[in-house]
Design a protein around this ligand. Structure first.
Ligand code: TRP
Length: 483
């Protein structure tokens, strides 16, 4: 589905590439935003943090903090017409400010780079489950049991045992992580229009169809009412609860792909005629809708099986597969579900690789393919530490006096450092830069809003965003400050 396109397009980009349409820009940006964050993190966080209160606060965070920063990032890119770092420098120079403001893009790019190291490992688990359900689907068709539950004849323990047996298999984990990185590199190497755009404009519509299909299926065959209750039950005493507010804001940041240099990069490929405020609103609404619908797709299936919505990675990789065991046509729906997750993860990983790739192409002037392959291999190698931390390296100490890899939990630690420090830091610098430093005439000519909306945006980006993001940053570094 990704092949095709003009093979000649993969050449190096000296002149700035551009999306071929506004639709392509929006699909690529939505593709980056919609990912593993929406599909298991959001439902799990909503469930763990009091349902309705979390959802309401999350939507507030998206509108009041996410959206103004999203607009600021796309604006920097479109004005700079270069990689994220160079674009930030262009805006800084034209505003008479120091080149040092490009730190906002540097920090974000490091964030994207490190997120991809573990994102690809988790996406490898998704590939594994496509295989597990695919095998089961073939067996079900062969045995004439297609309309029955998945994994006929296996116990719940056996179904849930697929994840630990994958973790115990270092070769399989590396192969899957490598396969996923390989596909990502291939698409990024093919270029902005010939690779990224082509993948997004096919995969995202397919993703939406699958998501709606699975949700409707869950609404008819699953425990939809119970899922609604679980996700939206309003729990007012938790609304103004520090940790809930904190995780909602952090989740909004991660989910919208903010603070990762990416929206600057994708903004730089947007044409002058694209209204950035309009496009940003569509991107943020699509991402938020997918997160909420994902909850309405997953929980009815889990509740129908009478299972507890265990939180964290086990929700998608153990609880859900066990739930498909009890659903009619479980093998088929389970297979389609993981194909859908794969599409979402792939359009995000492409974006995660594109942010540093675009910088390196501009910086070193090497060809796009060579740059994407080199960066991809470095990311793959660092990611191996996350994958092998579950098995061969689990008892190894990186330095004699350090904890073991299992204790360090590389995957979770990189997730925490990027999500709690790098992304908010980049977002904070962006808000201060656009709110206080950048030339007003320059930003006003890019943002596509006027009148009252413009005043609101100025207020949010100069005041609310820096204050709120500073809070997540401080509390992310010193978690002990709140109970
Ligand atoms: N938004 C992605 C998700 O929800 C994760 C992500 C964070 C990301 N920053 C990014 C993806 C930058 C692409 C680029 O899964």
């Amino acid at each position: 589905m990704v092949a095709g396109g003009d093979p000649g397009v993969a050449a190096s980009a000296t002149a700035q590439d551009h999306w071929s349409s506004r639709f392509a820009f929006v699909m690529a940006a939505v593709g980056s935003a919609v990912g593993l964050g929406n599909l298991w993190r959001f439902p799990a966080e909503a469930g763990a943090n009091g349902g309705g209160a979390f959802v309401i606060f999350y939507i507030l965070c998206v509108v009041l903090i996410g959206l103004p920063i999203l607009l600021s990032e796309t604006l920097i890119g479109r004005h700079g017409q270069s990689s994220a770092v160079e674009s930030a420098k262009v805006v800084a120079r034209e505003s008479g400010a120091s080149d040092g403001w490009s730190a906002l893009a540097w920090v974000g790019m490091l964030g994207a780079f490190f997120i991809l190291t573990f994102y690809s490992v988790v996406a490898g688990w998704v590939l594994y489950y496509i295989g597990v359900f695919g095998t089961d689907l073939i067996a079900a068709i062969g045995g004439g049991t297609l309309f029955e539950g998945a994994f006929a004849g296996q116990s719940v323990e056996q179904v849930q045992g697929h994840l630990p047996s994958l973790f115990a298999d270092p070769l399989m984990m590396i192969l899957l992580h490598g396969a996923f990185m390989g596909i990502t590199i291939y698409i990024v190497a093919r270029g902005v229009t010939g690779g990224i755009e082509l993948a997004a404009t096919w995969l995202m519509p397919a993703f939406f169809l699958l998501l709606v299909g699975i949700t409707v299926y869950g609404a008819f065959t699953g425990a939809f009412g119970q899922a609604l209750e679980f996700m939206f039950a309003f729990n007012p005493e938790r609304l103004l609860h520090g940790p809930v507010m904190l995780s909602a804001l952090g989740q909004a940041f991660f989910s919208l792909s903010l603070g990762s240099a990416l929206m600057i990069t994708y903004g730089s490929y947007a044409s002058r005629s694209t209204n950035l405020a309009g496009a940003s609103t569509i991107i943020a609404s699509a991402d938020t809708s997918v997160a909420i619908i994902a909850g309405l797709a997953i929980f009815p299936i889990v509740f129908a099986a009478g299972l507890d919505p265990a939180l964290g990675p086990t929700l998608m990789f153990q609880t859900l597969p066990a739930s498909f065991q009890a659903m009619p046509a479980g093998s088929l729906i389970g297979f389609l579900f993981f194909v859908m997750v794969f599409f979402a993860a792939l359009t995000s990983s492409i974006a995660l690789l594109e942010a540093p790739t675009s910088w390196a192409i501009h910086k070193f002037g090497a060809g796009r393919s060579r740059t994407a392959i080199t960066l991809g291999l470095i990311i793959f190698s660092i990611g191996m530490l996350s994958a092998l931390g579950y098995n061969v390296l689990s008892h190894v100490r990186p330095l004699a006096f350090w904890p073991t890899f299992a204790e360090l939990d590389i995957l979770d630690s990189i997730d925490a450092i990027t999500g709690k420090i790098l992304l908010p830091l980049s977002g904070l610098l962006t808000a201060i830069f656009i709110g206080w430093i950048a030339d007003r005439k320059l930003t006003d000519a890019e943002n596509g809003i006027s009148g009252g909306l413009h005043l609101i945006w100025r207020f949010l980006i100069a005041w609310l965003c820096p204050i709120a993001v500073s809070l997540i940053l401080i509390l992310g570094i010193f978690p002990g400050l709140i109970g």
